[in-house]
Design a protein around this ligand. Structure first.
Ligand SMILES: [Zn+2]
Length: 335
């Protein structure tokens, strides 16, 4: 379904086979030429829908000159390779997103990292196997692509009459980028700000320095400071009250951090155990994975803030609240 938002600016909704059931892509026009922001999932007739929708405004896939990616999750970039192949479009994305994309195609290394991480954090062998199988299925539908242009932070881009800025907003994913149109006062937010759901936060298994939660909180503050009166998200309805949504997201994470602290008692717990207490155990495989990630990024931040300790217990990492004694020990070591 294509909607004209304003002159030379369109919004297309494409299908997604799970969870949110849809993803939005945005289109700028300059005469015959188009710039596409995200591409949608490479499944369920998405390509044909995109082709038909562009046809209804007198253009085609071949009219696409530029593809701007918000982040390299398959619902947002799944058709980038295919569209580039048909149109010769230039793919723009942040360096971190480009790196992640290359890393995702290192299948053996990625599988080894996934196995090691999720085992360490308490998934059973069966859960790890189910996860690998799920990922293999997803990888099979990705049209592999290589980025052409690595965006710089706050880089200004032009497309016909349009001028916009690449705002780096790591958090939901390491190399996430929003696209800011200062003259028109809107932002294409990808999955950084969504109207009804809190974007999931996950670790980057190839970048241990990445702190998803603190990055996300910094990113949404950055968005709040922009002169934006409309946010066009990757999923869901257009947002106008940016401040309220940012506050809700901040409150959500503060609440979840507290919940996790309450859940950590005197006994050390794995990420999986904490995740099970908070999100329950009766979850589909993909949700179990998201729940563990979400729990982990909070534990990681609490560890960095010295609120909790991480210990090795057998093959697992476990977490425990730092006691007064830990601090005394630390002080005596320093002295
Ligand atoms: Zn998404």
């Amino acid at each position: 379904m294509i909607n004209k938002v304003s002159d030379d600016f369109y919004h297309i909704t494409l299908p997604m086979p799970f969870r949110l059931r849809h993803v939005h892509v945005y289109v700028l026009a300059d005469g015959e030429n188009l710039a596409l922001f995200d591409t949608g999932f490479n499944v369920g007739g998405s390509y044909e829908i995109l082709e038909k929708d562009l046809g209804s405004i007198g253009r085609s896939i071949k009219s696409i000159r530029d593809i701007y990616i918000t982040h390299v999750h398959i619902d947002h970039c799944g058709m980038a390779g295919l569209i580039k192949e048909k149109s010769g479009a230039t793919i723009h994305l942040s360096a971190a997103a480009d790196d992640s994309n290359q890393n995702y195609s290192r299948t053996d290394l990625l599988t080894a990292k996934v196995k090691s991480f999720y085992r360490t954090h308490g998934f059973t062998e069966k859960e790890v196997d189910d996860l690998i199988e799920l990922f293999s299925g997803m990888r099979n539908i990705i049209a592999v692509f290589k980025g052409d242009d690595r965006l710089q932070p706050n880089e200004i881009k032009k497309f016909g009459k349009w001028q916009f800025e690449a705002i780096f907003t790591p958090g939901h994913s390491n190399g996430h980028t929003c696209y800011y149109f200062p003259r028109e006062g809107f932002l294409l937010s990808g999955d950084t700000i969504l109207p009804h759901i809190t974007p999931n936060l996950s670790p980057d298994l190839f970048d241990e320095q990445f702190r998803p939660l603190s990055s996300f909180l910094t990113s949404i503050k950055k968005v709040e400071k922009l002169a934006v009166n409309k946010i066009y998200p990757g999923h869901g309805d257009v947002l106008t009250d940016v401040k309220t949504r940012v506050r809700e997201l901040q409150d959500h994470h503060a609440g979840r951090t507290q919940l996790i602290l309450n859940c950590l008692g005197t006994e050390p717990k794995t990420t999986r155990e904490v995740s099970r207490e908070i999100f329950g155990n009766d979850l589909p495989d993909f949700d179990k994975f998201l729940a563990l990630n979400e729990t982990y990024v909070h534990l990681l931040e609490l560890k960095r803030q010295n609120e909790i300790r991480e210990e090795q217990k057998g093959n697992n990492l476990v977490y425990i609240i730092r006691s007064r004694r830990d601090d005394d020990c630390l002080v005596s070591k320093i002295i």
